[in-house]
Ligand binder design. Structure first.
Ligand code: NCD
Length: 292
């Protein structure tokens, strides 16, 4: 594995290797990297969790994190992504983590770039590190993927999390169902009400409405979205024993989820954040080790 760009390119073996290394890190094992590598995090879209989590993970596996402020970079002067990354390579970087608003921005980095590229989100495309931490959270809970009913509810067509998770979960044998308003299904087949889904879901994964990616603003009031598509207190009561609630966050409390459910017993939402550090340690280690 040279880069981590899309869950489409990962085999089940590669996924399971990363999850196993994440588990080893959680158990306190040290990094297997032979030397100190230089990495930078290039975030051209807002981030709280993903950027901080990568930075923590990079430090935990012994990397030197070189500061990069996308908001003050030469990208603002029109420099291309290729020239930006090539420049960092020449300065001595070994890996870059990138988030950008263009779908598949990484295509221009496939040739001529030698640093490892980790996609931390490309527009409405993919978000593989989030997907791997979601998989790790599910694996820790159920010990398997085969046969699990996973319901992903929210802004499906604009969500890179939904797309990455659906690809990987289906490859691993889970049964993925989508729930969203008809206009947000895109190319996916989706349910439009909870009735068929709420009682047999093992995992309910809620997504934020991606307002920034909508060309036309859909006029849902928060209350009407919550009532129709959100996880309400009444719906949580219908969930089966042992079923869990997930959300990649940021959360719009009271919209996709009732605010009191965010930290309820079924919720793994903050646990996902904690798991993210171990998973990103595994990602950084795997890619850099491949270069040794
Ligand atoms: C997601 C993202 O940026 O795609 N957040 C995250 O990385 N945890 C989801 C979102 O923005 O709604």
């Amino acid at each position: 594995m040279k880069n981590l760009l899309s869950m489409e390119y990962l085999s089940n073996e590669e996924i399971l290797h990363i999850l196993a290394r994440a588990s080893a890190f959680e158990a306190g094992e040290p990094s297997q990297l032979a030397r100190k590598y230089n990495v930078a995090n290039l975030f051209f879209e807002p981030s709280t969790r993903t950027k901080t989590s990568f930075e923590m993970a990079e430090r935990n596996v012994g990397c030197t994190v070189i500061p990069f402020d996308a908001g003050f970079s030469s990208a603002l002067k029109g420099e291309t992504m290729y020239d930006t990354v090539k420049t960092l390579e020449m300065i001595g970087l070994d890996a870059v983590v990138i988030r950008a608003k263009e779908d598949e921005y990484y295509n221009e980095l496939l040739e001529g770039i030698n640093v490892a590229v980790i996609n931390a989100g490309d527009g409405a495309g993919q978000h593989p590190s989030q997907s791997l931490l979601d998989l790790y959270t599910i694996q820790k809970e159920f010990g398997k993927f085969e046969g699990l009913n996973i319901t992903i509810a929210g802004d499906i067509s604009h969500s890179r999390v939904a797309k990455s998770d659906a690809i990987a979960l289906e490859h691993l044998g889970a049964n993925v169902r989508f729930l969203c308003p008809p206009e947000w299904a895109g190319d996916f087949e989706a349910h439009h009400d909870w009735d068929d889904l709420i009682e047999d879901s093992d995992v309910i994964m809620l997504l934020r409405v991606q307002h920034e990616r909508h060309k036309v603003n859909k006029d849902f009031s928060k209350e009407s979205y919550h009532a129709q598509y959100g996880l309400t207190l009444e719906r949580e009561k219908q969930m089966k024993d042992g079923a869990i609630i997930m959300h990649p966050a940021p959360i719009n409390r009271g919209v996709e989820i009732d605010t009191t459910l965010v930290e309820c017993e079924r919720s793994r939402i903050f646990e996902q954040v904690r798991n993210g550090v171990f998973v990103r340690m595994a990602i950084v280690e795997t890619l850099l080790k491949g270069r040794e």
